[in-house]
Ligand binder design. Structure first.
Ligand code: NAI
Length: 336
């Protein structure tokens, strides 16, 4: 079905555009009607960097798309609902951002979401393999430590896996690290830089606080801040009291990261962000570290060096967890 929002916005965007180069890329959001999906789609539309923002969900996407399409920023918006429209939504996308699946409730770990989200992510990966095999895939659905390996294994089974284009979105951990450290140290949050390596669940989240420029921490500060960054998601889950997990801060983090991937695809130089990718930095098949984002996705994995004994112990302690969570994902793909 042809979404009406796209036709309307196509005309108004063409008239209102005054820049020198039109935004060309197609970005698809899968899970666009959810808590993260709606606000992230709004931020993506407002970025003005996207030629075609394609919103997919199993429910409510026509309304979300019509609503967002009225925002006076560059780019057309289309909405697609239900499995039969997923192919059209994804067709020819340059980037697919995926916040589809259930979120946590108080007392749940991200791994508790595995049973529901593993099959959702697997199904999306199957469709992506057919409709947009060359896209960059940005996975937000939890548990990221397992859903990224699941996505990768499906792409591999379909012969279309490109490790440079599959990224687990860990930018919310970086966003939290910057905020908490700036607050603690009285530093300017807009200039803050913190790398977060490892994975995206509890202690697998490893902020490299020893490398933060201009900060003065005691050992106790480092321990307390590390713990707060690792379990910052729980603060939101508890405060929302059963109504879900982080959506607004995640929407910001996801739209920011997608914008950076887009910059890289469009030839902007020195785009460096932390993301969870397939690599041999440790014995875990996937590991997050600073990466340069280029014209074909991740162009360089920077890894990490000169860790403090505290940081090295976190890496050593958490690699087995990352291996197990990846294995759980791979076994799911094998058995389903
Ligand atoms: P939500 O429940 O508000 O939205 C999820 C959306 O996914 C719903 O609109 C639902 O209809 C849709 N959906 C379900 N199955 C689908 C399918 N097969 N295809 C397309 N859409 C489908 O949940 P929320 O709060 O937006 O969270 C989404 C996911 O993001 C959760 O798994 C959550 O744990 C994760 N998350 C990840 C973070 C990260 O840092 N990577 C941070 C916060 C949440």
């Amino acid at each position: 079905a042809a979404p009406t929002a796209s036709k309307a916005i196509g005309v108004s965007a063409a008239r209102s555009f005054t820049g020198t180069a039109r935004a060309q890329n197609k970005v698809a959001v899968v899970g666009a009607a959810g808590g993260i999906g709606q606000s992230m789609s709004l931020l993506l539309k407002l970025s003005g960097k996207i030629g075609h923002l394609s919103l997919f969900d199993i429910v409510n996407t026509p309304g979300v798309a019509a609503d967002i399409s009225h925002c006076n920023s560059e780019g057309k918006v289309t909405g697609h609902k239900g499995a039969e429209e997923m192919g059209t939504a994804l067709d020819g996308a340059d980037i697919v951002v995926i916040p589809a699946g259930v979120p946590r409730k108080p007392g749940m770990t991200r791994d508790d979401l595995f049973n529901t989200n593993a099959s959702i992510v697997k199904g999306i990966a199957e469709q992506c393999s057919k409709s947009c095999p060359n896209a960059c895939f940005l996975i937000i659905s939890n548990p990221v430590n397992s859903t990224v390996p699941i996505f990768g294994d499906v792409l591999k089974a379909n012969g279309v896996f490109n490790p440079a284009k599959l990224m687990g979105v860990t930018s919310l951990d970086v966003v939290r690290a910057k905020t908490f450290v700036a607050e603690h140290q009285g530093l300017d949050v807009s200039k803050m830089k913190v790398d977060v390596i490892g994975g995206h669940a509890g202690t697998t989240i490893i902020p490299l606080l020893s490398k933060v420029k201009g900060a003065d921490f005691t050992e106790e500060d480092i321990k307390a801040l590390t713990h707060r960054i690792q379990f910052g998601g729980d603060e939101v889950v508890q405060a929302k009291d059963g109504a879900g997990s982080a959506t607004l801060s995640m929407a910001h983090a996801g739209a920011y990261f997608a914008g950076r991937v887009l910059d890289g695809l469009n030839g902007v130089k020195n785009v460096k962000e932390c993301t969870f990718v397939e690599c041999d930095l440790t014995d875990a098949p996937f590991f997050a570290s600073p990466c340069t984002l280029g014209k074909d996705g991740v162009s360089k994995i920077h890894g990490f060096s000169k860790l403090t004994p505290f940081e090295q112990a976190l890496v050593d302690d958490n690699v087995p967890t990352l291996i197990n969570m990846a294995k759980k994902g791979s076994e799911f793909v094998k058995n389903n």
